[in-house]
Design a protein around this ligand. Structure first.
Ligand code: GLC
Length: 748
């Protein structure tokens, strides 16, 4: 037949013209260049866009092009330089997922998504592998920085905004990792064992909200098992729940897995195996020929692949420029990063810095080696990173020269030493900024610095990434050197009545209770992207009023989280090497028991009223707000919630209103953020909540259930700071739950 180019009108014709070999090829990625373990890996291919994560296979006979998939989620992850050209291919480093979620501002997140989608398209990629949106089950998960929250509603709403933003640019998003990839230890083997209620109401609910509210072009299935079944080959998860119940109509692609049971993956509805091995093509062909894989299942996946490919810029032969507007995107990230920063403490209105504070003693290695983002596939090769020294200097605040010189001499040395000592298996250290040990500062130095400075800033940096979980000691908890530095600087500067400000430059929670008394102010800057130092300076100088709120609980101790008991001990990277590849059998703990059930985050801490360092939803402002005229009333299958917020302080600011339904675990059911309110100004916020999102799982009757009755809604400034309440009567709401994902449930 005359070769026809694939287009939106001829998908069935093309499908019927494809040979079995061509169909099998289309369901398997075009392979990786470089690191190619048989287990978890980062994507990397040089074929079309150097450094992108992977490609699909071209079938020229039928005009089916390859399409390019590249990492995110905090920006386009491609090689910044290429052989044979002087051109560069840097991408904007946007704030990490946790920082974006901490804005609680879906419009802002959508704007960041638009910029990321634009860079994806202009660098010749078709799908960006983000957002990352697994739940923060425990602070020790190495990839929490890429994820949003301990709460599924907040995760789902933020992810949906990101997907809408990305896809508005004509490229595809690929939310990940579906599902329950809430640890890095043993991630390609672990069986996540959890109750159906926790699975449905916590770990799947965010993905459900995201799918219903943004229709992503694709979703990435996770490496792990759930209740005994690999997600990549779970019909119940990928077809019954994701497609039939939630209405997802895109492509499911695997994470960068080794070869598994390819036929089962196809039959389950996992359309694309990435990065792709020739063996998988053979598996599909053989399984069809021996009758174990129905050709109808293959055609279902091929059809979805063709429907995806025809939407892509590469199929439309979009003339991408390789020159996205990085300057404009830098302005986007600077503004948005500041809005995600969370002010935890501000005694005596230390911040914003008073005008007479002109010189700062800047302590902490990460004041100078400031983290833009995390490690692994989630890192972005940015054109630059603005450190805190530069941010302050550009804002007209000088740093004391002697101390600055000491750190600037230390960093190159410490970096060389780190790389020289590097465990050869710590491959990901080349993918992002590694954490340098804290430099020791002598007593003499501190006593000298206080004479030349009006205040002290200490930056506490933390780094984490793909492939490894965090540790409690010297990671969640401070190191001995950090404790000493904080206590000595605090004593010396307090003696001279000079303020001490701590900036937390971390992608995840750290311990604060043991040292927060040393600081007059504490600002969580997260890993705020390439403009980080400027964004911090914008907050410290008062150019922008802080309006971020915590999206996860900051506990007094990591062990306060019930899940810590069952969080696997972080294995050395060597543990990860697949036994069949790397010898030395290691006794893996191949499962994680979610014994805590629903006791994740504030649902646990608030229900049992356990003290926390800082609660979910907490964040200070430079001004104050009054909540009035709350209302809750039913409209059809929704509840309409509204409240008026007035700025009662002396400075402008934005307020995040959180609404918790006061029943059961008192879950967050809605949130909204005001515009920047001037002193005295007010704004009425209105939120619509589908009754479905208020329902709980009624497992016995395989349904979502909200019993009829009167419900109280709390309008709050944090999960422990309720300002107003409103009641309303609601009718019963039920909706069938097709599958509750029990082991070996096929639901064909
Ligand atoms: C990695 C990560 C995934 C990433 C993919 C491609 O193993 O788990 O988030 O998108 O491989 O690099």
């Amino acid at each position: 037949m005359q070769a026809q180019l694939l287009n939106t009108e001829n998908i069935e014709t093309i499908l019927s013209a494809m040979t079995l070999e061509e169909k099998a090829q289309l369901l398997v990625g075009g392979g990786n260049d470089g690191f190619a373990g048989s287990g978890a890996m980062m994507g990397n291919q040089k074929k079309l866009v150097a450094g992108a994560a992977g490609i699909t296979v071209e079938i020229p006979r039928l005009g089916i092009p390859s399409v390019v998939l590249t990492d995110g989620p905090a920006g386009v992850h491609i090689d910044p330089t290429r052989e044979g050209t002087e051109e560069t291919f840097y991408a904007t480093g946007f704030p990490i997922g946790t920082a974006l979620a901490s804005t609680w501002n879906t419009e802002l997140v959508e704007q960041v998504g638009q910029a990321i989608g634009n860079e994806t398209r202009e660098y010749g990629c078709d799908i960006i592998l983000g957002p990352g949106m697994n739940l923060h089950r425990n602070p020790l998960c190495g990839r929490n920085f890429e994820y949003y929250s301990e709460d599924p509603l907040l995760s789902g709403k933020i992810a949906a905004a990101m997907v809408r933003g990305i896809q508005s640019q004509g490229v595809g998003a690929c939310p990940k990792h579906f599902a329950v990839n809430s640890q890095e230890s043993d991630r390609t083997k672990v069986d996540e064992r959890l109750s159906v209620q926790a699975l449905r109401e916590l770990y799947l609910r965010g993905f459900e909200i995201m799918v219903r509210e943004s229709q992503p072009w694709s979703v990435m299935s996770s490496y792990n098992r759930i209740n005994g079944e690999f997600t990549q080959q779970s019909y119940a998860l990928l077809t019954t729940i994701l497609r039939r119940e939630w209405g997802f109509d895109g492509v499911v692609l695997t994470d960068w897995t080794g070869v598994r049971n390819t036929a089962m993956q196809v039959s389950a509805g996992n359309d694309l195996m990435m990065p792709g091995y020739p063996r998988q093509v053979e598996d599909i062909i053989a399984a069809v020929r021996n009758g174990t894989l129905p050709i109808a299942d293959v055609d279902t996946c091929v059809r979805r692949m063709l429907q995806l490919i025809v939407r892509t810029p590469r199929c439309k032969k979009y003339p991408y420029s390789n020159h996205p507007d990085l300057a404009a995107h830098a302005a986007v990230t600077r503004q948005n990063a500041a809005e995600g920063m969370v002010l935890l403490k501000n005694d005596g209105d230390t911040l914003p810095l008073r005008p007479e504070i002109r010189t700062i003693a800047l302590f902490g290695v990460n004041s100078y080696d400031f983290f833009s983002g995390g490690l692994g596939s989630g890192c972005v090769h940015t054109p630059y990173v603005v450190d805190l020294l530069t941010g302050l200097t550009d804002a007209g605040i000088a740093a004391t020269p002697a101390l600055t010189a000491l750190y600037q001499a230390y960093i190159p040395f410490a970096t060389l030493k780190l790389r020289a000592d590097k465990d050869p298996l710590m491959w990901f250290l080349d993918q992002g900024q590694p954490k340098l040990p804290e430099m020791e500062v002598s007593e003499q130095m501190i006593n000298s610095e206080v004479q030349h400075a009006d205040a002290a800033i200490i930056t506490l940096g933390r780094q984490a990434g793909e492939g490894l979980d965090r540790t409690i000691e010297d990671d969640f908890n401070l190191t001995a050197e950090e404790h000493r530095l904080l206590s000595r600087v605090s004593e010396v500067f307090r003696r001279e009545r000079k303020p001490v400000i701590v900036v937390v430059n971390s992608g995840s929670v750290i311990e604060t209770a043991s040292w927060q008394a040393y600081a007059d102010a504490i600002l969580v800057a997260w890993q705020p992207g390439e403009e980080g130092g400027n964004s911090v300076a914008d907050i410290l100088t008062g150019k922008i009023s802080p309006s971020g709120k915590l999206t996860m609980t900051w506990p007094v101790a990591c062990s306060d989280h019930p899940s810590t008991r069952n969080f696997p001990k972080p294995m050395s990277l060597y543990d990860y090497k697949e036994r069949e590849n790397w010898g030395t059998p290691i006794e893996f703990v191949h499962y994680t028991d979610h014994a805590e059930g629903m006791d994740v985050g504030y649902r646990y801490f608030n229900t049992c009223k356990r003290p926390v360092a800082y609660p979910f939803g907490f964040g200070l402002s430079y001004t104050t707000f009054e909540y009035s005229r709350p209302s809750a009333k039913r409209q059809g299958d929704e509840v309409l919630l509204s409240v008026t917020i007035r700025n009662t302080g002396a400075r402008s600011g934005k307020e995040v209103v959180q609404v918790y339904m006061q029943s059961g675990y008192s879950p967050l059911v809605a949130f909204a953020k005001t515009r920047d309110l001037q002193p005295g100004e007010n704004e009425t916020l209105t939120m619509r909540v589908p009754l479905r999102y208020l329902a709980s799982l009624d497992e016995a009757n395989s349904q979502w259930l909200l019993p009829s009755g009167e419900y109280t809604f709390a309008f709050a400034a944090s999960s422990r700071d309720i300002r107003q309440t409103a009641k309303t009567k609601l009718p019963a709401f039920t909706e069938p739950v097709h599958a509750v994902l029990l082991p070996n449930q096929t639901n064909k």
